[in-house]
Design a protein around this ligand. Structure first.
Ligand code: TXA
Ligand code: MG
Length: 362
């Protein structure tokens, strides 16, 4: 799952994390998408601590993480007993999606069981559930034997963490937090969210690594884009990732169309140097886009969508630390496999820059 050095998945540490959760404390843990900031989903005080630590408005719902059954890859796995304390109405389509993609980077929104706390759902009558695939997350959840709510382990509106060091940096000096180190996250952007709660149409709420066509080809379930029948605001009352500004670096970030770097720069007439430009690893060079008075520094980014997603937040965090005046990224190509990164990059652009606090995440 990871190529760099990290802690062994020591049972001692995981047991300590389980105890911390039972005591109402918070534990940051790796998932295959991004790191989560976890607390006991049946303990309202623990949930409150998460919102406080993140600085997240209390009406933004959080995802409940569950352990997959022990032998989830066997032909006959019964997910229903696992889900039934949390949700009602588990449809045939829901079971198809679960059997095809769990454990994995897919979050499903169901009608909630009445026992699910309002703190989790933001007062809505639905609840989002996911079974992460990362072995450390799996072991933690299996030993904890309960649901763990876990938003991404970043301050509200900031780039999601994809390494234990990112999490540490995010909460440094604010929170004495237990962090399980599972190396770098492989997927790199947050899970795909699909809403099954209407019982009618299955709707994509957040694009991610798992795309509607992959879902259709593996399950026959058609997932509709929000725009296909509603305006985003009607369907997504309180999805924080749906706010225009999210995942934002403090350095201004813009996208450029192929060969149009100077257009992107025209918004920043005073910038003479210190511009980091991400270029596709498949492209030769920037030379034809050159500008006499601006010094570009090239950073290559993968032209494969999964590899790009895997490193996107890492690159944004690293570039944000390097003191550039401006960061330019190439517009992702069209195509569904790019929807997840396009979504994150557009939000990151919108919220980026030193003034981001004023217009991000009201
Ligand atoms: O990959 C992920 O999903 C990561 C890892 C840690 O699992 N978690 C994550 O959590 O991205 P967070 O809180 O940063 O984003 C969860 C998203 C939010 O946009 C939230 O509004 C939405 O899920 N959500 C949660 N419950 C919902 C519900 N009942 N209905 C609609 N959206 C919901
Ligand atoms: Mg988040």
């Amino acid at each position: 799952m990871s190529t760099n050095n990290h802690q062994p998945h020591s049972s001692v540490l995981i047991n300590e994390a389980v105890q911390t959760l039972r005591d109402g404390g918070l534990v940051a843990f790796p998932t295959e998408t991004v790191y989560g900031l976890g607390g006991d989903a049946r303990n309202p005080e623990a949930i409150q601590k998460i919102f406080t630590a993140k600085g997240r408005p209390s009406n933004h719902p959080v995802i409940v993480h569950l352990a997959a059954p022990d032998k989830y890859d066997a032909p006959q796995v019964d997910w229903v007993p696992l889900l039934s304390p949390w949700v009602r109405d588990i449809s045939e389509d829901a079971l198809r999606l679960i059997n095809a993609f769990w454990p994995g980077p897919l979050t499903l929104v169901f009608k909630k069981d009445k026992s699910v706390a309002n703190e989790i759902t933001g007062g809505q009558d639905t609840v989002a559930i996911r079974a992460p695939a990362h072995p450390v997350a799996q072991e933690l959840l299996r030993k904890f034997k309960g649901g763990v709510v876990a938003p991404s382990a970043n301050r509200f509106g900031k780039v999601s963490p994809t390494s234990a060091a990112d999490v540490r940096h995010e909460f440094e000096g604010m929170l004495d937090l237990m962090i399980l180190d599972g190396g770098d996250c492989e997927v790199g952007i947050e899970s795909t969210i699909v809403d099954l709660s209407s019982g009618d149409r299955t709707i994509l709420l957040r694009p991610g690594a798992i795309t509607p066509s992959e879902i259709f080809s593996k399950t026959g379930v058609k997932v509709y884009q929000v725009g296909e029948e509603h305006k985003a605001d009607e369907v997504l009352p309180r999805v924080s990732g749906s706010l225009k500004a999210h995942y934002a670096p403090t350095t201004p970030l813009r996208l450029y169309a192929p060969g149009r770097i100077l257009d992107a720069l025209s918004e920043f007439p005073d910038i003479k140097s210190r511009v980091a430009v991400a270029v596709w690893d498949s492209d030769s060079s920037l030379s034809e886009d050159g500008h006499p008075s601006v010094h570009f520094e090239e950073v290559t980014v993968p032209s494969d969508s999964s590899a790009f997603a895997s490193r996107l937040y890492r690159s944004l965090r690293d570039l944000d630390q390097q003191g550039w005046d401006l960061i330019l990224f190439p517009e992702p190509p069209s195509g569904e496999e790019w929807d997840g990164v396009r979504d994150r990059l557009q939000r990151a652009c919108f919220g980026s820059g030193p003034s981001s606090i004023s217009h991000s995440n009201s």
